[in-house]
Design a protein around this ligand. Structure first.
Ligand SMILES: [Cu+2]
Length: 129
């Protein structure tokens, strides 16, 4: 007879449950749970200002424990099918910690933040008044 623990392991394997990982601490951030990564981000300042350049701080970990390369950062408006007019630059600050500078949201409405990390796309929406 199988133990409860081994049954749970089989169940987790069968459902493809993701391994946990913990990104570097980032207070007051938004969390995105991807299939292969967990990502935290916050605007600096937060919430992001309208029509003014701002930064985004990012903390991310890979569920398989691999080190994470700098994510690509973008934002776009799904309703209008356009992105920003600027391309942010991303720098690493510490393992798993990054900062993107030069984001600018040029109109109010619903914006989607898009992070691409290790081939995985992670998104979160934020409405700007
Ligand atoms: Cu728009």
């Amino acid at each position: 007879m199988r133990s409860l623990a081994s049954s749970l392991v089989l169940l987790l394997a069968a459902t493809g449950a993701a391994e946990a990982c913990e990104p570097p601490r980032l207070d007051a951030s938004t969390r995105i749970d991807g299939k292969r990564h967990v990502l935290l981000f916050r605007g600096v300042p937060s919430p992001p200002p309208l029509n003014t350049s701002f930064a985004v701080e990012i903390a991310v970990c890979a569920r398989d424990g691999a080190s994470v390369a700098a994510p690509r950062v973008d934002a776009w408006m799904p309703a209008h099918r356009h992105g920003m007019n600027y391309r942010p630059s991303v720098v690493a600050r510490a393992p798993g910690s990054f900062r993107a500078d030069g984001l600018l949201l040029h109109m109010p409405g619903r914006w989607e933040f898009v992070f691409e990390v290790g081939g995985e796309r992670l998104t979160a929406t934020q409405t700007l008044d």
